[in-house]
Design a protein around this ligand. Structure first.
Ligand code: M6R
Length: 637
């Protein structure tokens, strides 16, 4: 059944000061011979995961700016452009928004205009001093048409242009006035073939084409046209023209940039016949895991980690590790603790990034902070890195996004090679983060001499066998899909696990909550009797992750936990090793897993839970890739 779904259509990154809660937006800019409208709309389509409550476009044609913007999803803007066509152009900007200041209305949608419509500007981030600037501009007679912070920047830009500055100089004067996090991209009707942008604590990449150039929040936006990109640094302004890209610092000094090649193509950023990006990304996990493991053993049989720019001598003196992350990445961190402590005997703490610096963590030069972030732009995690480095700790980041802010601000990075993750619910992000955590644990064990080389190689071989086992799980989903169909009216669903199964339970519950809006909780199975068991009532579905049979004590204890909840009327859905008769005996529904070492079981056990959540949300008719109230990453605290 799943085969049918796989092939018949069921089937890609800023920070401000504390206190603001916001998400992120998607930004596109283009200049070149193509039809700018088409390029920008296609780019926004692939940026929609970053925000989807309103969208807009502004183009320059015949010395005039035309603008269209609509609240709601991008489809509303497309419909607007059909009924109210915009003149053809080769220079423009677009925006897909996730509201922060001002609700998701047509008026609040970007772009915003300045200088009586001469300039248009889009923005990602938060301008923290916007109220002061707005009061100042209002007192000078400027009339605002939106409730956004962005419009302040548009008017400042307009006034700078009207004072006779060129677009780049005008942008420089604007950023000098702003506090907060921002990517700004702007066009001027009187500056042909030019788009100018500025970035501080918010992502922006340049797509380098032949006779054309692109700007975007994420390379996925322009991957259809070029796989060459330039990563903009902090506090830089870029001016793109069809044949030139000029980057300068906010102070006007020449800037250093880092060009790079994107090693995936358009097909990775499209659904490829699946109904949802999430479903596609679930099925991409065997390959993503294999890709993340690729090239990690050298010709001497040693584990090597590229971009591990921390001296071995320093790694040998580490006496504590703190893993810091958010959401799904935090769950990966919880699993990392079990593996790293087991292999290296270094104590590992795991922190939710938003809590980390506020607990005044004990950090020394001998503390290694490991951050995990798929996007590499999560503000809470980035602030944790800054705090850790201020305390002289070394920071290694595990990240899926080449050149994102988090790896740039870390001492070392382990890239996961999952390709773009577009569905808001993280799937291949999670499993590849686990691989990177395992590799880090084994690397530390290697350099510190906790394990012999052959032991490490044998564990890496076990990891290399995982993709095939993932395929086995993903080829046998009939039961999960049926289960999902029967779960639509459940008021609540619980997930239990022990040891590394506990974070899997947390992650299974998170997946279900975020896309199906069902109440779901994950618990440590042994903790149940200390309170949560009172929730168990007749018919309550409970997923239980059972450790492999080799782990005698834990295995048997989890089997006892299954009996406890079953005795109170729960309906048990048991994930356990294939052939685990003891677990099977107490399962209302049994989901067999291939045999793997205990520490690696999460790589397999999470798969049915991801599929289950995806299917429940699909059957409930929800937008799986763009769940309500959520965006792909949270780029301010
Ligand atoms: O990009 P990051 O890995 O830093 O994102 C962290 C969380 O926001 C993210 O994992 C979130 O919890 C996912 N939507 C969960 O599916």
């Amino acid at each position: 059944m799943i085969e049918t779904r796989r092939h018949q259509g069921f089937g890609p990154t800023g920070v401000s000061s504390p206190g603001k809660v916001a998400f992120m937006c998607g930004i596109v800019g283009y200049v070149g011979p193509r039809d700018a409208r088409s390029v920008i709309l296609a780019g926004l389509k692939r940026m929609e995961y970053r925000g989807y409550d309103s969208a807009g476009i502004a183009l320059v044609a015949d010395g005039h700016i035309d603008i269209r913007k609509k609240s709601g999803k991008l489809a509303n803007l497309v419909a607007e452009l059909e009924s109210n066509p915009i003149p053809a152009s080769h220079q423009g900007i677009g925006h897909t928004r996730w509201a922060t200041h001002g609700g998701p209305t047509d008026d609040n949608a970007h772009p915003h205009l300045g200088a009586a419509g001469r300039v248009a500007l889009v923005h990602n981030g938060i301008i923290e001093n916007f109220a002061t600037l707005k009061a100042e501009l209002s007192a000078q007679g400027v009339v605002f048409t939106s409730q956004t912070d962005t419009e302040v920047a548009a008017h400042l830009l307009g006034r700078a242009i009207e004072s006779g500055l060129g677009l780049v100089e005008a942008m420089r004067s604007v950023v000098a006035r702003l506090e907060g996090a921002f990517t700004l991209v702007a066009i001027d009707s009187q500056t042909p073939d030019t788009v100018v942008a500025a970035r501080r604590n918010s992502p922006l990449v340049v797509g380098v084409g032949q006779g054309e150039n692109f700007l975007a929040s994420d390379v996925a936006s322009f991957i259809e046209y070029t796989q060459e990109a330039i990563e903009l640094g902090q506090d830089q302004i870029v001016e793109i023209k069809p044949d030139s890209i000029e980057v300068t610092g906010f102070d006007g000094s020449p800037a250093t940039t880092r060009p790079y090649h994107i090693d995936w193509d358009l097909s990775a950023a499209e659904k490829g016949g699946y109904d949802w990006f999430m479903r596609k990304e679930i099925f991409e996990q065997p390959k993503a895991v294999a890709d993340t493991l690729l090239g990690r053993i050298n010709t001497d049989g040693e584990l090597v980690l590229d971009e591990m720019n921390i001296e071995v001598s320093e790694l040998r003196t580490i006496d504590k590790i703190i893993v810091v992350a958010c959401g799904t990445a935090y769950h990966a961190g919880l699993i990392a603790k079990y593996a790293i402590e087991h292999w290296t005997r270094i104590p590992v703490e795991v922190d939710i990034a938003s809590e980390f610096r506020y607990r005044d963590p004990v950090i020394h030069r001998s503390t290694l902070v490991v951050t995990i972030s798929q996007s590499g732009e999560t503000a809470d995690t980035l602030q944790a890195i800054r705090h850790a480095r201020e305390q002289h700790a070394k920071v290694i980041s595990i990240c899926n996004t080449n050149g994102a802010t988090i790896p740039r601000e870390s001492d070392a990075v382990i890239y996961t090679h999952a390709g773009p993750e577009i569905g808001v619910a993280s799937t291949k992000g999670f499993t590849t983060q686990l691989i990177a955590c395992y590799l880090l644990g084994l690397y530390l064990a290697q350099v510190r001499g906790n394990k012999f080389g052959d032991e490490i190689r044998s564990l890496v071989e076990e990891l290399e066998a995982i993709p095939e086992k993932m395929d086995q799980v993903l080829d046998d989903l009939e039961t999960v899909l049926t289960l999902a169909g029967n779960s639509l009216s459940e008021p609540s669903i619980l997930f239990l696990g022990r040891h590394v199964g506990y974070p899997v339970a947390l992650e299974g519950a998170l997946k279900l909550k975020e896309i199906s809006y069902l109440h779901a909780e994950g618990f440590a199975a042994g903790e149940l009797k200390h309170g949560p068991i009172a929730l168990v009532d007749k018919g309550l579905p409970i997923f239980v992750v059972v450790p492999p049979q080799g782990r005698d004590q834990i295995h048997d204890k989890v089997v006892s936990n299954i009996q406890e909840v079953r005795a109170r009327g729960a309906r048990t859905i048991v994930l356990a090793e294939r052939g685990d008769e003891e677990a099977m005996a107490f399962a209302d529904v049994f989901l067999p897993l291939p045999v793997v070492p205990t520490l690696f079981q999460p790589l397999l056990a999470i798969l049915p839970l991801q599929v289950y959540a995806c299917e429940v949300a699909t059957l409930k008719g929800y937008d799986v890739d763009q769940p309500r109230n959520l965006a792909k990453s949270v780029t301010v605290e």
